[in-house]
Design a protein around this ligand. Structure first.
Ligand SMILES: [Zn+2]
Length: 273
């Protein structure tokens, strides 16, 4: 019994759950929430190691060859606008509904969706029983991303993107970089091409707080922080994806910018100080 009480004192959230399974902050007058729709083990065989040392390091970290990853999304409430950054996997729609509930929202309340890129694990929540999940939303996609997936690529990921986004085709707007909509100037797009041709980071900031959602810069955070030249099989342009990651590390190391990615094993943003 004593042991149980001690355990409860030390790890209350493990037993009772926590209503803080998410990150929340204010950026100007906007409420910003970051949370994970799904945490799961990913197989290391998606990695393309830059060296034997990187492979050995990963083996030491994850002897089973599986490592933990999140499916993080961002919800921003600002006045009459309710903005979603990425929508997770097709099988995380229910989890997305719960995430919105935490922010006091329903699917129909979402007015804008900004995509970091349109791989299926970022656009997956768009359909519910074959119908649009977000009937009132405008969709923002990077222009090079759109051109690649809708006009150029012939692979399965392009087919999937076209199918999932088909019911929204009249609601898609394109962006390149910078502020996406003047109604929410706190949010801007930062090109970080390579993983996909229009892969973009999403910056949310005011005078005091600076958060950057780095999307798929990391698929294996622990490994790629130490061996950033390690790529993944899903990188469309591996060389460019590596260069982009190196540039990003250089830019934000020792800065106070808060960093979180789609697949970082945490949803509370961190600094690289
Ligand atoms: Zn992804």
């Amino acid at each position: 019994m004593k042991k149980l009480i001690l355990f409860l004192l030390l790890f209350p959230t493990l037993v009772f759950g926590s209503d803080k399974d998410y990150y929340h902050t204010k950026i100007n007058d906007a409420d910003v929430y970051i949370m994970s729709l799904k945490s799961f083990e990913r197989d290391s065989n998606i990695l393309i190691y830059d060296s034997k040392m990187a492979e050995e390091y990963n083996k030491k970290l994850f002897p089973t060859g599986k490592y933990f990853t999140n499916t993080n999304i961002v919800i921003i409430k600002k006045g009459k606008n309710n903005i979603l950054i990425d929508t997770g996997y097709p099988d995380t729609v229910k989890s997305l509904e719960n995430a919105l509930k935490i922010a006091g929202l329903k699917f129909t309340d979402i007015t804008h969706i900004i995509y970091s890129h349109i791989h299926f694990d970022h656009i997956g929540g768009m359909l519910l029983n074959g119908k649009p999940t977000f009937p009132n939303a405008i969709l923002y996609i990077n222009e090079y991303e759109y051109d690649y997936f809708f006009n150029k690529a012939k692979d399965k990921s392009a087919e999937t993107a076209k199918t999932i986004l088909a019911p929204y085709k009249d609601k898609i707007k394109l962006f390149t970089k910078g502020i996406i909509n003047n109604e929410f100037k706190e949010i801007s797009a930062v090109p970080a091409y390579g993983h996909t041709p229009g892969h973009s980071l999403i910056s949310i900031k005011d005078k005091n707080t600076d958060i950057i959602f780095v999307s798929d810069i990391f698929h294996a955070y622990e490994l790629q922080m130490k061996y950033p030249k390690t790529a993944v099989i899903y990188d469309v342009d591996k060389k460019q994806a590596i260069k982009t990651r190196l540039d990003l590390l250089k830019k934000y190391t020792d800065s106070s910018t808060l960093i979180v990615g789609s697949h970082t094993p945490f949803y509370n943003p961190v600094t690289w100080k």
